[in-house]
Write a protein of this length. Sequence first.
Length: 393
Amino acid sequence: MEKIDLEKVRSDTPGVSDRIFLDNAGASPTPNPVHQRVVRHLEFEREVGGYEAKRQCQEELEGMYVSAADLFNAHPDEIAFIENATRAWDMAFYGIGFQSGDRILTSSAEYSSNYLAFLQMAQRHDISIEVIPDDEQGQIDVDALANRLDHRVRLVNLCHAPTSNGLLNPAEQVGELLRDSPALFFLDACQSAGQVPLDVARIGCDVLTTTGRKFLRGPRGTGLLYIRRERLEDFDPPFVDIHSAQWVGRDEFVLRPDARRFENWESNVAGRLGLKAAVDYCAALGIDNIRQRVNRLAQNMRRQLSEIKGLQLLDRGPQKTGIVTFTVPSREAESIRRALATQFIYVHAQQVADARLDIEGIAKDLIRASIHYFNTTTEINRFCAALEATVNN
């Protein structure tokens, strides 16, 4: 039985009346309540000015932390608003006091921006970056990870759902392995938040980061950082200001006692309100209901794509997400994207450099079609038919 009111969520997304959105892993169209909340605040700022407008919605802004905490089964004081997922991750990563000899463990699913930060830190300090191999199913090999752990491992970073693959990595298994380890456990949930349940208590991660614009369907320029209370003092924020710290004496300051020590004073207030509306919209639908519908649609798409000659599906792992990836050896990914766009079908052409560890063996760019709960079976059928015609043209 369908638990999501499809007619309602599609009426909340006007663009779907004449377009097929299959780039939700890039930026999902915001539903009406999110769009309206952002616009309403911007209009209010025009009337009374930014400071007064913020003062009058302060209680709602505080509610954003509660909504985000509920989404992750966290505490509001463990949540910080950051302008995007990469900067949220950076604020935690660059707050680690790496020492010579430290080791960073990651996986083949690592996101390019994260790995670039690893490389920069390796240039600054004598640390090593080690990629844990995949198991026979294509996910991170938890046994291999266990064999690599020692007292020199400072960070284990796991990309939960890679940007270039339908894989969902076993975050809870990794968290269980690391519960008695001094290593920090970062979970990059940029592509999983909003389409799969995320319970930081069950996962056991010390840090979780995500964006607002993807499967949460929030505004661009919004992101969230979760840092576990017990690990807060293990980080030194890479910079501070009058919001993140208090100047208590001429030569002395104290950091905020919560995760907001990683925020800065100036931020997009309308975006924060829109992000709250997006998280609340997701919660009202129910993350389990979203997960079930996305899974069903993605399975249908993969089945149809597997029957198209000249197309190679790339998704792996025992658990998959609404991200569906493939290549067409006879065609360039960008040419396929453009051809579909002329039919108002929107997908993404993923470059090898965006996820080099994950897809470098493929030797060419890929197509990413990412499904969300407002998509329909009819849309999936139309997409697959249009793709087949494009491939065989």
